[in-house]
Design a protein around this ligand. Sequence first.
Ligand code: HEM
Length: 583
Amino acid sequence: MGVFAFARYSSAALGYQCDLEPAVKKVLIHCSTMLTTVWLVIIVCAFWIMRYCWKRRRLWYLASKIPGLSGYPIVGSALDLTGTNEKCLKFLRTHLKKYYPTVKIWVGSWLWVAVSDPDDVETVIKSTKCLGRKFLKDVLDHGRAGDGLITLSGDKWTYHRKEIMPTFKLSVLKNYISIFQKYSFELVNKWSSDANGKEMDIFNVICYYNLHMVFSTIMGVDIDSNNKKLNKYLISIHNLKKLIIDFLRNPCPKFHSLLYAKKIKNNTKDFVDFPNFVVSEKISSVKNKMIENRSNKEYESQSGNIKLGYLDHLVESLLSGSSVLSEEEIRGETVSTMFAGFETTAPGSSFALMLLAFHPDIQDRAFQELVDIFGYDKMQPATFEDLKEMTYLEQIINETLRLYPSIPITMRDVEEEIPIKNYIIPADCTIMINFLRNPKYFTDPDKFDPDNFSPEKKSTRHPFVFKPFSDGPRICVGAKYAMLQMKVLLSTILRYYKILPVGKLEDLERLESTISIIPVLGVKLQVKAILNGAILTQTPLVNSDTRARALTSTLQRSTQQTEWIFRLTSCSGLDPRPAGNKE
Ligand code: HEM
């Protein structure tokens, strides 16, 4: 309004002061209106910038005290983070090492502060001032993927977590061991035809079995491998992980969200569709079970004593009216847990196998531990007691995660200032918690040495030097689950096969991060069947073992399954076939 009044006033003034042609007068009026508008825009912008600077003065002040990369004006270090994921991860790892223990990185106006000193890590991990992960919610179609533990914060996160934690108790997890074992037997049986030293890329196959283990245990459903929704879901995960990484390194994340809005929306839809399908199936199956049991007058909800798996417990509580989570919240949680559980243990097991292939002495020691537990009987399924005895295998898994952590960097929003040893981490930045291969605490930090996790060494080390599953209030809910699952899978493979290396050990250092970490050149190795500890030179062992076939036959999905993996992975840009077999 002010602009128009001013314009009218100027036109009157012009008309009075000089006797100009009406056309010229009109132009002058336009000019003065425009000029006024420009001035007003400049004043509003200046005011906005001043307000922005005033609000961020403390953040800038505290950031200026922290060493690290200042980057270029406006974009910060965003340009250094462009290019391949491998290059980006290398850049981060180099600078985290260079500026150890605390480093700042500007990505546009977004400040990241990475901490690596164990005392600082402990302070941050245990703090309640940095519990959120809003940036993840922003990219997942602004929360349209539903809210689960991964994206939630505040009170909602607290009561969700309280409801979910009991479903990951050891008493529940123990029931899953036989399922892990069944799928592990199926995997070794599947490899039997390749157990003659053929080069294999095992990553996608391990992912595949891992996925089925997650469904059969936590979700309590058997999923048909040919399910179209599942296929789309896996492709959407692959795409979303890429979008999340691109979002994180974009100097203007909001612009990224706008630019890729359609892609994010489409992928979020597929990402949500499949978990929704699983929840709906579970609801109808639990309903039927309840009706059946009620008509037999036997029904009594088991969800109270929490012996049920994750989804069974949530759905039973919902249907029996004792749930604190609504159906929508259960759907959001399922999306979140599937995402967190999928692919985290697969890199862990794959890296462990590759490292064992390159370190035959360590592999032999692990094998000896298994012989001490099972003798040479390969078909004896592992019990919880057996798994507890696999202490050296546990050291191997820990050492693998130290060198190749499945989640290399944990990021959280800082809501309030957090004082650490030498600095104050400002509010409104993002904290990055990471565990370097730290020469201060490991004599040869790049060497694979499971004895780094012997009880003696562990007891003399700061506990926060290494926390692959994090700690504090947001500690990974699946930590025990993951450890049991990896132990069953690795022990079964080692009881059946000698793992041999392909390529060079240095190739393992070529890493890329798509949230979880994977080797750029794939997970290639050879397996050779063993009998009583000796490599079998002729017939593949498992196919000739009738007991093995009997145990795995119920789970075998024949060639259909392999075709499915090929379809799936080639759609998502991954190809599990060995290098020389891609015709
Ligand atoms: C090797 C395997 C795994 C590793 C290394 C791992 C690591 C992590 C890490 C570092 C976090 C972040 C914690 C933080 O912000 O402080 C996390 C969170 C989480 N993980 Fe895992 N994880 C693994 C397997 C699993 C599995 C198998 C599941 C589920 C079945 C799972 C479920 C979750 C959930 C739900 C969260 C979010 C917890 C919360 O924010 O409250 N994880 N995990």
